[in-house]
Design a protein around this ligand. Sequence first.
Ligand SMILES: Nc1ncnc2c1ncn2[C@@H]1O[C@H](COP(=O)(O)OP(=O)(O)OP(=O)(O)O)[C@@H](O)[C@H]1O
Length: 306
Amino acid sequence: MRYGGSNVGFAAITLPVVFGWGGENVSRLLNSLTPPFHDASGQHNVGMDLIKIQNAIAWRGSTKVFDGLNLSIPSNCSTAVLGPNGAGKSTLMRIITKKIYPNPTPGCVVEIFGKSRWNVWELRKQLGIVSQDLQHSYRDDVNGFDVVASGFYSTVGIPDHLHVDEQQKDRVDSLLNELQIDSLRDKRYAAMSTGEQRRFLMARALVHDPQTLVFDEPTSGLDIPGIFHYLKTARRLMQSGKTLVVVTHHVHEIPPEVSHLVLMKNGDVMQAGPKADLLCDETISELFDVPLKVVETDGYFQVLPA
Ligand SMILES: Nc1ncnc2c1ncn2[C@@H]1O[C@H](COP(=O)(O)OP(=O)(O)OP(=O)(O)O)[C@@H](O)[C@H]1O
């Protein structure tokens, strides 16, 4: 089945339209404005932030979510952005995925891989995203294969004018196999369980083999085996050299390999630093405004009422 349209694609189209540009030249121009994050060998430039946001003011409807947000996520380790409901995590995700833009005030910086301007399709090749928004974007009748293949085009489904070639089909099939969802290849996405849908979105995020993946509330709606499957997959990805950013309000979603934390509260960064320093009773109690005890077993964390 073939489908068109996506918010992600919309964002990619919006940039050129807003600036009055069009075509491939746009991508070339945008990418030439700042130095590339990757050098000629495809390695990350050392010391550059993965995401850097400075002085960002952002609104959702009539709510001012960020009033001068400063946040940075390092490129040399995996990070969890942790915070309670309403902290601004989804809004941050929308800024990263270019679904919303902060007010264009002087001093406002939003850099991803060291670049402030992106062709969103190019960005998708380097940043694989699994988000709640994406999970709910697919039409009921799209099948598993198309969900994954649509990652090549950052679309939701495969529009009629786009073609999935043999090499792309092979890549999709190998990812379905890797994530153990090949038996669901032709199943309707709407008829899949939440956990199955999440695995298809993970495969979709991996089609370009991006160095960096962003998982937004990755275990929301999953049962215990589903949570363990996510943790196992996330760990395997990090052990194979990928960088993960996990955006969550649950400490149990933070795999042992994640070493850096950004704690968000009330639209601001409360603290940021090594996980070992921040995942403690006092800091996590302050973050969630409730007395909590943090327990750790084999690098996995959980919180209990204090
Ligand atoms: N569409 C909207 N219109 C108005 N206010 C909104 C809208 N979406 C979010 N907000 C507000 O923006 C603030 C930040 O919300 P956001 O969804 O970014 O937080 P969050 O950390 O992702 O929360 P959660 O963990 O519950 O998903 C909240 O006060 C929320 O009520």
